[in-house]
Design a protein around this ligand. Structure first.
Ligand code: RB5
Length: 157
């Protein structure tokens, strides 16, 4: 899928409103279809509800990929990974952002607005969006993660 065809969702908690705006403006300028879910604009919430909501949108295939920003990126990744079928990782450097998609096939990138500045955050997002899952030797590993995830979510007591 060409990157301009990807449907991208973005959201953040109260720590990352400025960075979210910077990234939305940046991606719109590049012709990316970005939707700000703006959970905080609708109700009072913390990163668990905000991240869970975006990850569910990915699970329902309403969007192809999502970007979640909080103070560190960590809480957002933890909660997004609680939604079955969604893989999320925190990246603050370009190499990890590339590998997050190429090796790990993650649909959700998380970042920390208290960790990364706006210029590097734009580069990290661009690197991740321009990367595709490479398959090959990474495929059986990602398949194993999906199998283990399925077993964990559907474990019989
Ligand atoms: C603030 O609630 C802070 O804990 C949050 O933004 C995030 O860093 C959590 O992982």
């Amino acid at each position: 899928m060409a990157n301009s065809d990807l449907r991208i969702a973005i959201d953040c908690d109260e720590t990352a409103i400025d960075l979210k705006k910077v990234l939305c403006d940046h991606l719109k300028k590049r012709g990316v279809h970005i939707t700000d879910l703006d959970y905080l604009g609708q109700e009072k919430a913390d990163y668990p509800e905000i991240g869970f909501h975006l990850a569910q949108e990915i699970q329902k295939r309403h969007y192809d990929r999502g970007i979640l920003i909080c103070g560190t990126g960590l809480g957002m990744a933890m909660i997004a990974n609680k939604v079955e079928g969604v893989f999320a990782g925190t990246c603050h450097d370009v190499y990890s952002a590339e590998r997050l998609k190429k090796s790990n096939d993650a649909q959700v990138l998380t970042m920390g607005a208290r960790v990364i500045g706006p210029e590097l955050a734009k580069m990290v997002v661009d690197a991740w969006l321009h990367s595709e899952f490479q398959g090959g030797g990474s495929l059986p590993k990602v398949d194993k993660m999906r199998e283990l995830e399925h077993a964990s979510f559907h474990r019989k007591a």
